[in-house]
Design a protein around this ligand. Structure first.
Ligand code: KG4
Ligand code: ZN
Length: 342
């Protein structure tokens, strides 16, 4: 049983082939970082155009690498949301039209469900139920995952997502897009205790907030600029990055502890682009080692956007959600807890 996965929700084009019993047999990823870097963020129209030019050749490459062909596919999964509408339409249009031509089902996949299932592709996968910390560019949620498709959001950000905060603070520190990985690299070797940034809503329920933290960093950057006559010295930039990262990681880790306690769950799964952050992974691993939870996170390349997680999520839902009508589904907004089990 072979499922092709297509990811085009934002600024990465991802394609992968999943085979039951074998796992991911081939995959390809194209980053649009160079396309958007000069604008300091994702330009939706440029994202759509880049997906258009890259996607079909990447499908051919993946099938070639897997020694397979379109005719051998049993289904085609694609990201149907949430994401940028134009970018979603590119993947949806190719997936639905290929599936129509081949007479096989196309499977619309929820991008955040794919993120939270990605760790099941790893060797020692967690069993249901578990608590998922979903931290991406657009989402920051704590989700009680009872089984495939049964999700209860127990906490989420009231304003910025964690990834968005990384990206905005990176811009304040004049780092290039994409900001999260650049900020994490700058924080390496910085003094995380130099600036005492707030831990918003730390002991107040399971919701999160990052916009106040971002403002605190902005005000500190402005004050430090004045002190240093305009330009921030590298050592100050490093310490600002490390102190900010520490505040985010500390906040996320403490919310995870509270959410594990509130739900009675003993397994924690970290998913989404910010899950690639080394400091976050180390802090949560330490929490696990202290007996707080059985902590799982996929390798960094499965945390950030990729085609493998879409192929896998599609395979999980294959039998139940085959869409014979071949209607392109593209939902810019799509609450995770609207999903039901297959
Ligand atoms: O899941 P993802 O690849 O795309 C979305 O679904 O949004 O997440 C992207 C987000 C971006 O905000 C990016 O800056 C952040 O994840 N990110 C990181 C790291 N790698 C990616 N943030 C902190 N540290 C990283 N190493
Ligand atoms: Zn994502």
């Amino acid at each position: 049983m072979k499922v092709l996965g297509i990811e085009t929700s934002c600024d990465e084009t991802g394609v992968a082939l999943y085979e039951h019993g074998r796992g991911i047999v081939a995959e390809a990823l194209a980053s649009q970082a160079a396309v958007h870097a000069q604008f300091g963020g994702v330009v939706p129209e440029l994202a759509s155009r880049d997906h258009i030019s890259k996607l079909a050749p990447m499908v051919c490459t993946v099938l070639d690498d897997a020694n397979s062909s379109l005719e051998e596919l049993d289904a085609i999964a694609y990201t149907a949301g949430p994401g940028l509408i134009g970018a979603l339409m590119v993947g949806g249009a190719l997936a639905e039209s290929l599936a129509l031509g081949l007479g096989i089902p196309a499977i619309p996949v929820h991008h955040m469900e794919a993120h939270l299932l990605a760790c099941l592709l790893e060797r020692d996968p967690p069993e249901f139920p578990f608590l998922a910390l979903l931290v991406s560019g657009g989402h920051t949620q704590l989700v009680e995952v009872r089984e495939l498709g049964r999700y209860r959001i127990v906490g989420e950000t009231l304003d910025d997502a964690a990834g968005e905060a990384f990206d905005k603070v990176a811009r304040l520190l004049s780092l290039p897009y994409p900001g999260g990985p650049a900020l994490a690299a700058l924080a390496d070797g910085g003094d995380a205790e130099r600036f005492a940034f707030p831990r918003p809503l730390k002991n107040r329920g399971l919701d999160l907030s990052f916009s106040g933290l971002k403002t605190a960093v902005r005000l500190t950057v402005e004050a430090e600029r004045k002190t240093h006559g305009g330009e921030l010295p590298d050592s100050v930039r490093r310490d600002l990055a490390a102190s900010f990262q520490e505040a985010v990681v500390d906040t996320l880790a403490s919310k995870c502890v509270q959410a594990l306690d509130a739900t009675g769950l003993s397994r924690l799964v970290v998913a989404g682009g910010v899950g690639a952050n080394r400091q976050l992974r180390a802090t949560l691993a330490e929490l696990g080692a202290r007996g707080g939870a059985d902590v799982h996170y996929p390798r960094p390349s499965l945390c950030t956007d990729n085609g493998a997680m879409i192929a896998y999520a599609g395979a999980c839902r294959q039998s139940a959600e085959a869409a014979p009508a071949h209607r392109i589904i593209a939902r810019p907004r799509w609450p995770l807890d609207e999903l039901t089990p297959p």
